[in-house]
Design a protein around this ligand. Sequence first.
Ligand SMILES: *Cc1c(COP(=O)(O)O)cnc(C)c1O
Length: 386
Amino acid sequence: MNPNRNRPLNLATQIAQALHYEDKKTGSVVPPIQHAATYARDHDYNIRQPFWYRRDGNETTEHAEKMIAALEGAEDTMLFSSGMSACTAVIEQLPTGAHIVVPEVMYHGVLAQIQLYAAKNRLVVSYYTAGKIEELSDAIRPGETLLVWVETPNNPNWEVTDINAASNLTRDAGAKLIVDATATPPTMTRALELGADYSFHSATKYLNGHSDVTAGALSVKNVDKDWEELGLIRKLQGTVLQSNDAWLLIRGMRTLHLRVTRACESAIVLAEYFEGHPRVEKVLYPGLKSHPGHEIARRQTDGQFSAMLSIIIKGSEQDAIRVASNCDVFYPATSLGGVESLIEHRKTVSGDGFPVHERLLRLSIGIEDVDDLIYDLERALARTFS
Ligand SMILES: *Cc1c(COP(=O)(O)O)cnc(C)c1O
């Protein structure tokens, strides 16, 4: 290696050091938490840009935003107080009656929000089967569709949608593409580089990684009028990420690369172990060669696939619920992307009317020892079926 050559640092280095944060006065290597809700003007009565009131954002939130923008290769990133408030801002920004295209099955909260807007005639919605690019193409109305929503891999069945193919279709039709890649954080999937206009992540999940914050990260490839309006919506609705949470997010992101790599490695081991297991009907996981989206997933995730998988248990719906409650290591809790592994009977959580297999258990793999995770699931299955 030639030390005289100017070489950009890898993202793993930049993020571990919170963009090499160093306080100019004290040398502190950890950024402070800025709590101020308001900012004094200078002697000429001018605002000391860019911050003058907390709803616009502040130093702590901005630092976390810069880290995510670096990860995403984004021109700009905005952090919201939850993933849902970020998604709601995107929906809210659309003009009344806008036509949008969304997957039939997706993260249930976003789908519920879209359907609420549609029921009030504020949106016109066409659906496609997640992962089916031909259906997505058919659902787009060229010149009319304003937004196409892709979630990949898609909750809770983990279908894989080709981001690049979707972006070509969307661009040709004059629409914008938003990709919710929460299940595969930007260490592995960089949706903007694959052609998306917006990349969204519930930062509650992998970006923070410690299940102690809710946050939503929205990133943009090119700043434009729509983006500025999204900033205005965040300000007027008061949904900017708060300082303590932004600080926890900065802290959590420092170990992002390590956590994600470890969790994905374990997820593959688990998926392969339980595929073909006598008590398991099916394992849904893009990392398995049997998964129809396997090759696209490999390309889109830098070969890491994901640390999320679902298992369809043999037996009854009650058996599936009992497997979840019979675990001692996996927590029977909702959410994903934390250091601790979670198991969830998705139908109980999504509620009636949401199309999900009644024996599907969604697993979020954490950073524990993988043998302990396998042992825990085997024991839960044995307890359920003995
Ligand atoms: C959790 C999640 C959301 C919503 O984010 P919150 O931070 O819980 O509001 C949206 N999309 C996906 C895929 C998620 O997993």
